[in-house]
Ligand binder design. Structure first.
Ligand SMILES: *[C@@H]1O[C@H](CO)[C@@H](O)[C@H](O)[C@H]1NC(C)=O
Ligand SMILES: *[C@@H]1O[C@H](CO)[C@@H](O)[C@H](O)[C@H]1NC(C)=O
Ligand SMILES: *[C@@H]1O[C@H](CO)[C@@H](O)[C@H](O)[C@H]1NC(C)=O
Ligand SMILES: *[C@@H]1O[C@H](CO)[C@@H](O)[C@H](O)[C@H]1NC(C)=O
Length: 368
């Protein structure tokens, strides 16, 4: 009897999902709005011509589409690209893409991610131009005004409440702020104090996004950023920086708590946290077990002159890009991103879907 009821509920749920019972207001698609840093940038910095965080040169993009640089800080796809593909959501274009129109936004969403950006306004100032998270949210408000003017306030409200949101920042707040000896944040805070400062800021930002209509939102945590090649060269042994990894773990723990608390307290919010720290750490320790051959140096490197922040046209590429965990000094390769994306999908409990609906499971794993 109970089983029958459950089956009927499940079938009903499938019917609702497949036939999209949304007759009123807006026959809008579910799209994504992405807020992030270079790990999610799909071309914004390409248009920030003074930015020093730029992936608009070979060999970036070599395993993506026509192989030309496209603004991604990777040889191939970002984690958000892969997750979106797997759950059946279109890839949102960069906010600064000149072809972005209201129609494009309603079909595909928008990606505001910017290389060098952080949770904090002051992070990454070294890069001269980048969008910090507050700036990205400000740009999103501009997008909302455009859509409201196009389809009316009520329909726009529904469109933005049905959309899926990704927030993935934090590594620059450490690597390009707190851990740099010259920044004022490095002088003003203890480890714990800095994480508290980040959490207060992130809480205000996520609450602001909720007030703007975000209901389905995922926050990605940090990987073992003490093991990126750029951190390894800081010690003569080339080992991972333990202190940096501990900061990533503390950040993940605090962010997980914050996101769960917001999800409980904000009306109608389904906010989820996921990180891939453990699996990436395992890949770095046992690359062969996961089909990799190198987990400590960048595939794209410029001889012994390290760290060069980016891959450059004069760099040499490794023989097999799919076997390297790191693409450049800072960013994972396409293959590593695939592994990270699969882990996040598993942790967040998303069902792979070939349809255009995003289907979060009712009881996602709580992240460790
Ligand atoms: C951060 O930047 C935004 C604009 O990008 C600005 O509105 C806000 O006041 C700034 N916040 C702080 C604390 O400086
Ligand atoms: C929450 O969802 C209910 C039912 O869809 C709706 O009536 C209510 O206005 C929503 N509240 C907020 C704050 O979005
Ligand atoms: C990668 O492959 C080469 C050649 O097969 C081998 O000599 C080397 O030990 C491998 N390195 C790792 C980390 O697996
Ligand atoms: C959905 O996609 C997956 C992998 O992309 C594929 O294996 C599966 O056959 C597809 N299912 C349907 C019903 O098309």
């Amino acid at each position: 009897m109970q089983v029958k009821m459950k089956l009927m509920v499940a079938i009903l749920a499938i019917i609702v999902t497949v036939f999209g019972i949304s007759m009123d207001l807006c026959h809008c698609k579910v799209v994504q709005f992405i807020f992030g840093d270079s790990l999610s940038d799909v071309g914004n910095n390409k248009y920030l011509t003074k930015s020093l965080a730029n992936a608009n040169l070979p060999w970036y993009g070599i395993d993506f589409g026509n192989g030309l640089p496209n603004g991604r800080f990777c040889n191939g796809r970002t984690v958000a690209d892969i997750i979106g593909d797997q759950i059946g959501l279109p890839r949102p274009p960069a906010f600064l893409d000149p072809s972005l129109t209201e129609d494009v936004i309603m079909e595909n969403g928008v990606n505001y991610a910017s290389g060098g950006g952080g949770i904090l306004n002051e992070t990454g100032s070294y890069f001269i131009q980048r969008f910090c998270l507050y700036k990205q949210i400000e740009l999103f408000q501009g997008t909302q005004e455009l859509i409201q003017a196009k389809i009316g306030e009520e329909a726009a409200g529904k469109f933005f409440e049905e959309a899926s949101y990704v927030v993935a920042l934090g590594s620059n707040d450490f690597i390009n702020n707190y851990l740099m000896p010259v920044t004022s944040d490095a002088w003003s805070y203890s480890d714990q104090g800095f994480i508290t400062y980040l959490m207060e800021t992130l809480q205000a930002q996520l609450t602001l996004l909720h007030s703007l209509g975000a209901r389905q939102l995922m926050v990605f945590g940090l990987g073992p950023m003490g093991c990126i090649p750029l951190q390894r060269v800081l010690s003569s042994s080339g080992a991972c920086q333990d202190k940096t990894n501990k900061l990533a773990l503390s950040f993940n723990e605090a962010t997980s708590k914050l996101v769960n608390q917001l999800s409980r307290n904000l009306p109608n919010a389904t906010f989820q946290f996921g990180d891939a720290y453990d699996v990436v750490n395992d890949v770095i320790t046992n690359p062969n077990k996961h089909g990799f051959n190198n987990s400590d140096s960048p595939c794209c490197s410029f001889g012994k002159i390290r760290p060069s922040l980016t891959c450059i046209p004069a760099s040499k590429l490794c023989a097999d890009r799919s076997k390297y965990v790191f693409w450049d000094e800072y960013h994972p390769s396409d293959s590593a991103n695939e592994l990270i994306a699969n882990e996040l999908i598993r942790k967040l409990g998303f069902l792979r879907n070939n349809d255009t609906n995003i289907v979060p499971s009712p009881a996602p794993d709580s992240a460790p």
